[in-house]
Write a protein that binds this ligand. Structure first.
Ligand SMILES: [Fe+2]
Length: 262
């Protein structure tokens, strides 16, 4: 639990102190105080706050009262968290790339300093099914360069060739957070897809799976048709860009771990 939520706090006190950056801490606080149901309610609240979406005081109270559907962590588009395992969860081309490194740090660099393109920080919190933050989860990310190509791959593996040079691996720590420093990718030259970042998730002792790409809400190619096609794997991949204090673009993409087939 984050130090930002006092141990002796109460829901009423919490309401006075709540902030957008405290979503995961609040979720854990509710889990400890109220058990699994609290964790699920907290998960909803935490997801909303972590995403910066609007949640007024009444909604917050309803969430704390457990009047939300258990296990539901709705994205900004209102799509509910998957209630059953996806039959095709492990159907994945290129997820093997996640095994090419064994990261120990939660923060990694994808694009080297000096890479053409606008500097971008990708960050988020990985959230387990019970609403708690998830430690030890490896995230493999790769994306196009500023010209829209997966360029300059290396010959070691199929995926080092096909995914290009801009790849990174990070492993969440106790706070469930991950962070990549990179540049903002460009759409493919034919503009058949919006600019995007591919993400593969590997939980300890599990098989890897892909989740919805990170795409940018202000991208003209993220149109209504594209939004309808998104599967909400791992939660909502559409992010609204913000700025780090140093001026770099910041994309926050929280990851809701998927249910695994039995
Ligand atoms: Fe792609």
């Amino acid at each position: 639990m984050s130090a930002s939520i006092p141990k002796q706090s109460t829901p009423r006190r919490l309401l006075r102190t709540i902030g957008a950056s405290e979503g995961p801490a609040i979720r854990d606080w509710l889990f400890v105080r109220l058990g699994t149901g609290g964790g699920d309610a907290g998960g909803l609240i935490g997801c909303a706050l972590a995403k910066g979406s609007a949640m007024d005081r009444r909604q917050l109270i309803l969430g704390m009262g457990g009047l939300v559907a258990l296990g539901a962590c709705r994205a900004a588009d209102g799509k509910p968290r998957q209630s059953a395992a996806r039959a095709d969860l492990y159907r994945c081309e290129g997820c093997e790339g996640v095994f090419e490194r064994q990261p120990t740090a939660s923060s990694a660099r994808i694009a080297p300093p000096g890479e053409p393109g606008e500097p971008l920080v990708l960050a988020g919190t990985v959230i387990a099914l019970d609403g708690r933050v998830a430690a030890g989860v490896t995230i493999y990310a790769y994306h196009t360069n500023s010209a829209g190509f997966y360029a300059n791959g290396t010959p070691e593996t199929e995926w080092s060739r096909r995914h290009g040079r801009l790849r990174g691996w990070a492993k969440t720590g106790a706070d469930g957070r991950y962070r990549f420093e990179t540049i903002k990718p460009a759409p493919y030259p034919d503009r058949s897809l919006p600019a995007h970042v591919h993400l593969t998730v590997l939980e300890p002792g599990r098989r890897p799976y892909w989740i919805d790409d990170i795409v940018f809400d202000d991208d003209a190619l993220v149109d209504a048709a594209y939004r309808r096609r998104m599967e909400n794997r791992g939660g909502d991949g559409i992010v609204r860009l913000a700025r780090e204090p140093d001026g770099r673009l910041l994309a926050v993409r929280d990851i809701l771990l998927e249910r695994h087939p039995a």
